[in-house]
Design a protein. Sequence first.
Length: 308
Amino acid sequence: MSHVQTAQVAAVKRPKKRSAFSNRKVDRAYYWMVVPAAVIFGLFLYVPFIQGVAYSFTNSQGFGDYKWIGFKNYAALFSDDRVGHAYLFTFLIAIAITILINVLSMFLAVALNGNLMFKNGFRAIYFIPYTLGVLVIGYVFKYIFMTPLPALGRALNIGWLSESLLTSEHYAWVPIVFLAVWQGIAYSTLIYLAGLQTIDGEIYEAASIDGVNGWQRFSKITFPLIGPFFTINLVLSMKNALGTFDQVVALTNGGPDSKTETVTYLIYSGGLTGGEYAYQTANAVLFFIVLAIIAFVQLKFFGNKEKI
């Protein structure tokens, strides 16, 4: 018998290794808990999403009869100046909001994580804005930007501040960004604080012995070690900023002259009250694709940075 035949016979006789999960018995209770939840989740999320995608290929106004028109809605989106301005405005304020939130929240997290008296009280104070309703606090800020702030600008002879920023075509975006940052900082600060808690204090002690200054301590130790938390914050803050809606409703309603219309506000105003249901549904599908691509790029880029 040749060596090949001997090896084949041994392979046949050798008992097959059983998987570690082959004899594992799963309690059916898990399926009774998971399957109904998955079905309900699919019915209330995926089914409406698929229906919305289907409506985007029609001329529906949200009621009555409609016809299948193919990709005409999508083609019209790329030639619509109002849609183009909404996307441009959304991206610009999203970048500003994301940068400001992450810079300020990281600074606050580092400060609140230090040897500070009553730091738990300060953490609660900084987290309060996140618990407030955006629309409610937005109307409060609208009053501030409409009355007290212009009065202060006139008293100080500051020209651009003497009139309400909400009615200015050039500065109406400032209150929107301010309100979004004011409310968004709280949650991001909480995430950064959680990341700072994972850093061993002995690392800082060793660095102080080596004569590391404050900036080197942050740039060489703190920031690299909270890299995953930075990635999470960046993705979440950018996603929330791109979906800016309540701030626009409370402050400007898209004005003046549609200068502060975000994509989400345009979808709402045009789709639900403007008779453009199918058209704005196509806009929503397009915006969903854009958000998915941005999130994927962020996770891919910064995820690779964390591995380096």
